[in-house]
Design a protein. Structure first.
Lengths: 587, 113
């Protein structure tokens, strides 16, 4: 061995020149940025006062340091993707930090579970667990009980007393679980790992629709992503690029797909149709070699619908079939119906529509642009377009466009990331910051009515204690933390959703005539009626335009003065009323 | 660490015994909650997925989550509709399935290549 060779061997693995301090700093800086942004974010939140929220939602009460934290993370992620050799651990840490900051926000600043429907889901779960759920098919929750049975089983087995206490963490958990299948799907669309992570980043910044709360659709969406990941990774026909597995393994994976699909079918009404449509599109386009899958999925779906949900479907056939082909109704209920309310709410509603259309338009144009540049693989465009067929079939209670957006989002994100990846760094940073701001406004824009105070929860607890089984519980509007207890023991009604609203809503707020009309409505309810008014309902009335600002406070005053009502409970945030006995009648 | 290097059969077997024992013994939530929830999320799936030899850790864990949740739903729903609803009993059935999968992994590993 020559001296030169020995020296080279001695130095093997040791840099010939000591690493410059700048290089070390460049390697450490993004980790510091992740840690620093998380620390700054966490330190920013204790001072947040939800009560001070305006109609713009949570964004109106976040301190400047919270925005700095998000901006720091976004800039660091873009620089890491653009300027450095891609380290998966570093990119993953940015993404996990982003998911924590965006999706755990309500859990960190709000005292109790948000969303009225979360409380209802807790009530449904309890009703299923205690066996009081067999109601003859009038309630869809009991015809698709998979998620609730799973959640009830897991909560009881794990020793969780009430899912309400943990519900605000559900979005964080679900979105972290989405990461695995997202990575698998995106890896089949590009060999550039940095583009994969950028698309994941855009997915999380774009997921404003908020369907990841404690709900069957959040669970079913996880299964949807997992099945899609299996299909695009291992079910490609022979001769196409993709992971090769032996025939027995492929057969086992087909069985696994059908098993997971069955779990989805028993849990949610819409998601199986979205997955069936995507699978069929892949098979027709010869991008899925398991050609019998759509037929097998259809059989599973029809068996469940025919045998287990016949009661519900029989009673609601006109609503279900009546929407087919009525795209105008779908657009009207999904878009037009949301464009009302005060200035802040209108801004949020327009931002939601604008962001959605903008992301769809950019994604579609990017898909065409990629095709012109020689990217001929049609699978991502087909999977982006497949969910749109659902909008032709069902308005889904005014939510179908939200769901279409969600089902298409992995592929929307992929196309947008493909364009971003080719843009200069400053443009990518600007897009990230814009999407972050858009996310905060659109996702948490209704938060003033979606969050609840402990006082509101106490009032509903009191209502539950006061109202005997079989009575009707009445609220002015829909946003309040009820239905979590005795879900099947009462009828729950909201005045703004009733036929009487046309008359009650037209009368001056809190006027004796309006209060008399409310009393008349309540006397018509079965089993005796109780009325509950809360801060969150007042916010909903103000924000969404059910009445002039402050009108529910006028109603509260009117009820207090009315001899027709008795106030049974009150605190700073809520009041509970019962009907006073009428003269000459036995109470 | 690669998912393939994790001795999944042993890990699943330990979790499949620990989760029902902790649940039936009414162990403190700080111990019981993470063990039971992680087992329900990954245990039944990782009992079977290594048999497929998918190789990629992200792929194995992702498919395992799907299988685990589907098994959890299937067993819990079957118990409910059979009129035998009991979360601890449901957990025992899920754990038994996971132990069966772990045993299959051991059998496969013990078989000469």
């Amino acid at each position: 061995m020559t001296l030169l060779e020995r020296t080279a061997a001695d130095l093997d693995g040791v840099p010939a020149v000591p690493a410059p301090a700048r290089a070390v700093a460049a390697r450490v800086a993004p980790w510091l940025a992740v840690g620093g942004s998380l620390a700054l974010w966490t330190l920013s939140l204790p001072g947040v006062q939800p009560r001070a929220m305006t109609s713009l939602g949570l964004v109106s009460v976040l301190p400047a340091t919270a925005f700095v934290a998000l901006a720091l993370l976004g800039v660091s992620f873009c620089v890491t993707v653009w300027r450095r050799p891609a380290s998966s651990a570093l990119l993953a840490s940015h993404v996990v930090a982003l998911v924590f900051m965006l999706y755990a926000l309500p859990a960190l600043v709000e005292p109790t579970a948000r969303f009225a429907v979360t409380w209802r889901h807790a009530g449904v779960l309890q009703a299923i667990l205690d066996g009081s759920y067999r109601d003859g098919g009038s309630n869809p929750y009991f015809e698709w009980p998979g998620f609730f049975v799973l959640a009830g089983f897991a909560a009881k087995a794990a020793g969780i007393g009430s899912v309400i206490g943990a519900a605000n963490w559900a979005p964080l958990v679900f979105d972290l679980l989405y990461l695995g299948p997202l990575l698998l799907i995106l890896r089949t669309l590009t060999i550039d790992p940095r583009l994969v992570w950028l698309a994941v980043w855009v997915f999380y910044l774009g997921n404003w629709v908020g369907q990841d709360y404690f709900s069957p659709q959040a669970f079913a969406y996880l299964l949807y992503l997992i099945v899609l990941a299996i299909l695009v990774t291992w079910m490609r026909p022979a001769g196409w690029p993709g992971s090769r597995v032996r025939p027995p393994v492929r057969a086992a994976l087909i069985g696994i797909v059908l098993f997971i699909f069955a779990a989805m079918v028993v849990s949610h009404q819409l998601t199986p149709f979205a997955l069936l449509s995507s699978t069929a599109v892949l098979v027709i386009a010869r991008r899925c070699g398991a050609r019998g899958l759509p037929a097998a999925m259809t059989v599973i779906l029809l068996i469940w619908l025919a045998y287990m949900t016949a009661g519900f479907l029989g009673g609601h056939s006109s609503e279900i079939v009546g929407g087919i082909g009525h795209l105008d109704t779908t657009v009207g209920t999904n878009v037009g119906g949301r464009l009302r309310g005060d200035a802040g709410h209108l801004f949020v509603a327009r931002a939601r529509i604008g962001l959605t259309l903008c992301l769809w338009a950019v994604a579609f144009l990017a898909a065409l642009w990629l095709r012109r540049r020689g990217h001929r693989e049609p699978a991502p465009l087909l999977l982006f377009l497949a969910p749109f067929g659902l909008a032709l079939v069902q308005p889904y209670g005014g939510e179908i466009l939200l769901r279409v957006f969600l089902f298409a989002l992995p592929f929307t994100a992929f196309f947008i990331a493909s364009v971003m990846r080719r843009a200069p760094l400053p443009v990518a940073v600007a897009v990230t910051l814009l999407l972050t701001a858009g996310f905060l406004v659109t996702r948490y824009g209704n938060e003033r009515m979606d969050w609840f105070t402990p006082g509101e929860v106490r009032a509903v607890d009191r209502l539950d204690a006061l109202a005997p089984a079989g009575s009707t519980l009445v609220a002015w509007s829909n946003s309040l933390p009820w239905e979590a207890r005795h879900y099947t023991a009462h009828r729950y009604r909201s005045i703004v959703a009733s036929k009487a609203w046309a008359r009650i809503g037209a009368l001056p707020s809190g006027s004796p005539r309006q209060i008399a009309a409310v009393a008349e409505y309540m006397r018509a309810q079965k089993g005796g009626a109780f009325l509950v008014l809360t801060r969150s309902q007042a916010a909903e009335v103000d924000i969404t335009g059910y009445g002039p600002p402050g009108s529910l406070a006028d109603v509260d005053v009117g009820l207090r003065r009315s001899p027709a009502f008795r106030r049974l409970y009150a605190n700073r945030d809520a009041s509970v009323y019962g009907l006073a006995p009428q003269a000459g009648r036995t109470p | 660490m690669s998912a393939r290097r994790v001795p999944w059969a042993a890990v699943v077997a330990v979790a499949a015994v620990a989760a029902p024992v902790l649940a039936l013994a009414g162990a403190p939530a700080a111990v019981r909650l993470p063990v039971v929830l992680v087992f329900l999320l990954l245990g039944p799936g990782m009992a079977f997925v290594p048999l497929l030899g998918l190789g990629d850790p992200v792929a194995e864990l992702t498919v395992a989550v799907g299988i685990s949740l589907a098994i959890d739903v299937a067993v819990a729903l079957a118990m409910l509709y059979a009129g035998a609803w009991s979360p601890p009993a449901t957990l025992v059935v899920v754990a038994a399935l996971a132990l069966g999968g772990a045993a299959l992994q051991w059998v496969k590993e013990a078989r000469p290549a």
